[in-house]
Write a new protein. Structure first.
Length: 333
């Protein structure tokens, strides 16, 4: 028990170092220009007014859920069917993540999409993916390896309301050797830390044929209710801050040619809660860079790359509430 308390005080990056995961530098805290207090107040009021006047609903309804002529031909092939959790949530051909084809998967298909958004002159890269099925774990880890993913943001429990939301694709701490193998990839759990509404787990992925391995940070948000959205906006913001902190760390310790690695975000279908995480993060970055806060335009950009991102009006309203909470927090600093 005492050890657990001490681990909590240390923070995930120190615990990672103790567990042999690469840690050459602590996260870089990027200093930005201080924003005038009034601008945050004004933005906060504007967001609140849009909610009070019912404009958020109109805004959301005006953004098309999918491209009118979005081609999903690879996802609709008969052999892809068993690899889709839902037959009506499919990746577009031109933004889908392509795996190196194999004997078991000759089209290199996985239900996952590349998402790229420009903020403050930088390209923010994500992969939005469905939660793995028992038969797609090998594909999932192949994607993590080939795309150089160092952060997995999981926004669901494995099971909710008696239904599987995502197959458990990583080993439990304390299970036999803390290791599982899927195809050519051996996954080992090094440590796990609970931080209230989310858990941070340090994993290593090893390619069994080459012996190469790298660290993957698994950040699972555990406080999303079966129906609706979380009510703890501060908790959700702390989860987004953890993603940011680990992203800064992985960028600072990786090969300089490879600093802009995609963050892999998944829930069950890879569009609803995953869309909430990505849109919230991007809009907070816009606030931090003093860019225009055009939420529906960015939502449309996301949906041009993966259909149905941010699936419900309640999820879209939740993003507004998270941004209002972020601006309130900024005023207090």
């Amino acid at each position: 028990m005492k050890k657990r308390v001490e681990l909590k005080k240390m923070g995930p990056l120190k615990v990672a170092a103790l567990n042999g995961l690469t840690l050459s530098r602590l996260p870089l805290h990027e200093g930005g220009k201080e924003k005038p207090e009034t601008s945050n107040d004004e933005r906060c009021k504007e967001l609140q007014q849009r909610m009070e006047q019912g404009m958020v609903f109109q805004e959301y309804e005006q953004v098309a859920k999918r491209r009118p002529a979005g081609d999903c031909s690879i996802a609709q092939l008969p052999e892809s069917g068993e690899r889709n959790r839902f037959q009506d949530v499919l990746p577009y051909d031109d933004t889908r993540v392509e795996l190196v084809p194999s004997k078991e998967n000759n089209t290199g298909y996985i239900n996952a999409s590349h998402i790229r958004i420009m903020v403050g002159g930088d390209e923010w890269r994500y992969i939005a993916s469905q939660g793995p099925l028992s038969n797609t774990c090998q594909d999932f880890w192949q994607m993590v390896w080939e795309q150089g993913v160092a952060i997995i943001a999981m926004v669901t429990a494995e099971e909710e309301g008696g239904r599987e939301k995502s197959f458990r694709y990583w080993p439990r701490l304390g299970s036999h050797h803390n290791t599982v193998t899927y195809g050519h990839f051996k996954i080992t759990t090094r440590f796990r830390m609970d931080s209230g509404c989310y858990a941070t787990t340090g994993l290593t992925i090893k390619h069994v044929l080459t012996g190469q391995e790298h660290t993957v940070w698994h950040l699972q948000y555990t406080d999303w209710p079966d129906h609706g959205c979380p009510e703890d906006f501060k908790g959700f913001l702390s989860y987004l801050e953890e993603i940011q902190s680990v992203r800064r760390h992985t960028n600072s310790t990786s090969d300089p040619k490879n600093t802009n690695l995609p963050v892999l975000v998944h829930c069950s279908a890879g569009v609803g809660r995953s869309g909430v995480v990505i849109l919230s993060e991007v809009m907070i970055a816009c606030l931090e860079h003093n860019e225009m806060l055009d939420i529906p335009t960015v939502l449309n950009m996301l949906r041009q790359q993966r259909m149905m991102m941010v699936q419900t009006i309640s999820q879209y309203s939740f993003i507004y509430k998270v941004l209002i909470q972020f601006l309130r927090n900024s005023r207090l600093i």
